[in-house]
Design a protein around this ligand. Sequence first.
Ligand SMILES: C=C(O[C@@H]1C=C(C(=O)O)C=C[C@H]1O)C(=O)O
Ligand SMILES: [Mg+2]
Length: 464
Amino acid sequence: MIDLKNEHIRKVLEKSINDLIENNKESQLVSITKKIDNIEAISFFNKGKAVGQARAFWMSASKDFYLVGIGSALEIKADTNPFDETKRKWESLLKDAPVHNPYSVPGTGIVALGGMAFDPLKASTKLWEHFDTSQFRIPKFMLTIDKEDYYYTINWHVTRHDKVEDIIIEMTETEELLLTEYNNEQESLSIIEKQEIGVEKWKQTVKRATDEIKYSDVEKIVLAREMRLTFDQKADIGSVLHRLYETQPNSYLFAFEQGDNCFVGATPERLVKLEEKLLFSTCLAGTAPRGNSLKEDEKIASELLHDDKNREEHEFVVQMIKAAMEDYCIDLRIPAEPVIYPLRNLQHLYTPVTGKLKNGYSIFDVIEKLHPTPALGGTPKEASLAFIRENELLDRGWYGAPFGWMDNKENGEFAVAIRSALIQGDEASLFAGCGVVKDSDPESEFEETNIKFLPMLSVLGGQD
Ligand SMILES: C=C(O[C@@H]1C=C(C(=O)O)C=C[C@H]1O)C(=O)O
Ligand SMILES: [Mg+2]
């Protein structure tokens, strides 16, 4: 019996190979999307491990959009100049690639998922050796969940020497594996060693930053620190994602696997979302804990809304994003006052930003313009970055940088990769930072970073 699904794929592949031979080209990316039955995103992710290929995960903060990538058809990597190189390579790749996708849904077809280093100019250490300065992966097999609809995309890097039959066999076998439900929650994960790196030095650096702010033009500097954990066994990433899903409301979930290493997190902070030219960004800065009762919680929220120091931290972000987006958008809307953005362990000041992207700009142009906002770098940008580069002990790697996806229809979304950890087998590094302004007190800022470790710490065998 002829399998009609395969018959379509066979024709697409045959045509691709013929075109390559005719045009004397070596290879091209071919993308095929179809609708499928319901499957759980984390199950698909777990199955990727059985398939033995690198995995990537994205869930929107509204929990109604998922991308799960297995394997790699192509990667776009850049060293020194992530933005220009990635843009150039992405555009040239899209120019030649046939896309067989009858759906206009964002995140179907060719999608590149990935992230980049917070600061390509900071000398990187061994900690992040498996992650490039910038790395975007076009998954070989990808699940897209958009509300109630499920899509499966195959992106294949076809070469003129390929045999159609071999590709079909690999595609069919992998699809059967990936599309069967599989949940295998790691029962327990225990921390056997916990080390907070350079605590006293970090507090001194906060003090030095406040001095710098008093005596120079710098107004805000974000300083981060690292916690290193050792577990009793290897951490299972699917289980970590599942626990983050259960415990962290209003947060994006993301993961990017590189061999035994995985960068994973649950961040509340949108950098930018672009959907059919509509642009959404977020100013998120200023922090307080949650209360133990509704009454206490409301009291803390109201104090946060009226606290000068936190309002100042927040306002630097608003002003910067406003100035940056004025050149790129029409119809820019930013409310005058922040509201509270509640999370499980803490609450933030939040100001949403919306606009319409002007013609001629891409999502990558926007993240280039925005990153780092004063929520993760400081104000002014260059001087605060120089301070961080020189004084921060930590190798931030991909922490605090844009992480997200873009598709071949000019949609995409990037979050700021905070509340995150680099998991390395049975060890992990967690990262947390805070915005230092003129009135910052090293002890209170230290406390603030402690709460910011909690989302990751609590799903990795630590206390909530
Ligand atoms: C730097 C982090 O968070 C950032 C700093 C904040 C602050 O100092 O108030 C709040 C939200 C984020 O913009 C982090 O979580 O690591
Ligand atoms: Mg703060």
